[in-house]
Write a protein that binds this ligand. Structure first.
Ligand code: ATP
Ligand code: MG
Ligand code: MG
Ligand code: MG
Length: 474
């Protein structure tokens, strides 16, 4: 019998409970007292208070299942098998207690013991930092992995430029040759690379150095362990699903979308499948984030939500869904997640109302954009031009939130060519402005101790906001 997602989550927590860990409940997606973060984006993000010593935990061994949002992966959603905006990270943590040896042995035991997950050890590969001979030795000599299952990767060092840092070791599952998506000689085609065959499931971070301002590293007096496992990816393997979406975490949402569409079935074509996946992903992020108190708006977190909702609506149109529909998916999400996260069903009416209102407003925006686009098209023709220029496409996108694809489709239907390269140029200029602002943010950030004491990966507020603005293409 296949494990359900709820069973896998519980099994992880039970395993680490059996190793002396205390279970910490999932915290809100909206960071509390932490101006450096736009969203909670990992299990460790909510435990910062213990890692920086501001609070001493009753038990230095902690485990959790933490809902997380990463906007940096938005472009990947629906296109890779494995990326979400909102996902759950399962983690075990040592605050100056156990270290590398235990972290590695326990990870292996959990994954391969028939009493727990029971994966075939031959399917598992690990990466290590080349200079971390200790981790390599443990994997080879103590765990007994064959040499070709331990891969040295130069990037396996977690470091944000200051504060605690150290090597990490990641665990990959070989899904088999049929998932090969890269050419044999592609540099990413190896266990540890960016590919669909070797699925990254778990990251073990060994935080053992203090990166000092003079760019030297000294050993930390108390070494820490921080790990993160992606629940959706684990479940995809366990439930033998080709992507994270064909699991009990997403299929009920996809079926509900099929029913609303009436016209398009999941599996009908790769293009419409992306739309199903994007909608299923985004409605989870929206439901949870709104349940945790974030609201759609024009800046920061709210802007991320607005963009997620608009993307989902546009993908709905590709499935021939014309009316507001996202709000109808909220109870489906709530039901799937109920056992560990009752909050969505508890706040269902409120979440539905926020989403529905925002959807209806977006439909109005689309109508306004359509009116403006009509005028522009008339003008282009009156000027005896045959092309809608990139600046106009960009303006509709940037000022009115009008989706680029839609602009181009309508212009082409009206017999015009579209200057897509010109639009891309405008986008590049905007990204450049964002990058410039971002590098300011980061160098400011590095001077603040608050920002430097914890794993941060694309989490400065300004960075996230600007990144969201430049990359959340509808
Ligand atoms: P990837 O390389 O696949 O983008 P990552 O190296 O950025 O993942 P980590 O920061 O190491 O991810 O996070 C720990 C674990 O969390 C990953 O091994 C993966 O299982 C899971 N994870 C990370 N990002 C996502 C995401 N966007 N969607 C689903 N799971 C994720
Ligand atoms: Mg990533
Ligand atoms: Mg990775
Ligand atoms: Mg990783």
């Amino acid at each position: 019998k296949q494990l359900t997602s709820a069973e896998v989550r519980q099994m992880y927590l039970d395993f680490f409970k059996s190793k002396g860990h205390s279970v910490e409940p999932s915290a809100s997606l909206v960071p509390v007292d932490d101006p450096t973060l736009l969203w909670i984006n990992s299990g460790v993000a909510t435990l910062k208070k213990y890692f920086d010593g501001s609070i001493v935990p009753e038990n230095p061994r902690i485990t959790n299942a933490q809902k997380s949002i990463r906007t940096n992966d938005i472009e990947n959603v629906g296109r890779t098998a494995r990326h979400h905006t909102m996902f759950e990270m399962l983690g075990n943590f040592s605050i100056g207690d156990y270290f590398k040896k235990e972290a590695i042995h326990w990870a292996w035991e959990f994954l391969t013991s028939p009493e727990w997950i029971g994966f075939d050890p031959e399917k598992l590969y690990v990466t290590v930092y080349p200079k971390d001979t200790e981790a390599k030795r443990i994997w080879l000599e103590e765990v007994g992995l064959p040499a070709d299952h331990v891969v040295e990767v130069e990037d396996n060092f977690w470091d944000i430029g200051a504060g605690p840092s150290g090597p990490d070791s990641e665990i990959f599952y070989d899904r088999g040759e049929e998932f090969n998506d890269l050419a044999a000689d592609d540099p990413e085609n190896y266990p540890g690379g960016e590919n669909e065959r070797y699925l990254e499931i778990w990251n073990l971070v060994f935080s053992e150095f203090n990166h000092k301002p003079d760019d030297t590293y000294e050993p930390l007096p108390h070494k820490n362990i921080d790990t993160g496992m992606g629940l959706e990816r684990m479940v995809s393997i366990i439930q033998d699903a080709p992507t994270n979406f064909e699991t009990d975490l997403f299929l009920p949402i996809i079926h509900a979308i099929e029913e609303i569409s009436g016209a398009v079935k999941y599996g009908a074509s790769p293009v419409t499948d992306v739309s199903f996946k994007v909608i299923a992903d985004h409605i989870r992020a929206l439901s949870f984030a709104i349940g945790d108190g974030a609201l759609p708006s024009n800046e920061g977190r709210g802007y991320v939500l607005r963009r997620l909702l608009r993307r989902a609506v546009m993908h709905g149109q590709k499935l021939q869904i014309q009316d507001s529909f996202l709000y109808k998916l909220v109870p489906v999400v709530g039901k799937i997640m109920e056992s560990y996260y009752p909050e969505v069903l508890e706040k269902q009416a409120f979440i539905e109302k926020v989403i529905r209102t925002e959807e209806e407003r977006f439909h109005e925006t689309i109508n306004e954009g359509l009116a403006i686009l009509d005028q522009v098209i008339v003008q282009v023709k009156a000027d005896n031009n045959d092309t809608l220029n990139g600046k106009d496409i960009f303006k509709l996108y940037d000022t009115y939130g009008f989706p680029v694809e839609l602009t181009e489709e309508i212009a082409e239907e009206a017999g015009l060519k579209v200057d897509h390269a010109g639009f891309e140029k405008e986008m590049d200029a905007q990204r450049e402005r964002a990058r410039a602002a971002r590098s300011n943010e980061v160098s400011m950030g590095e001077q603040s101790a608050l920002l430097t004491d914890i794993k941060v990966d694309s989490q400065y507020v300004g960075y996230e906001r600007l990144q969201a603005e430049s990359e959340l293409l509808v």
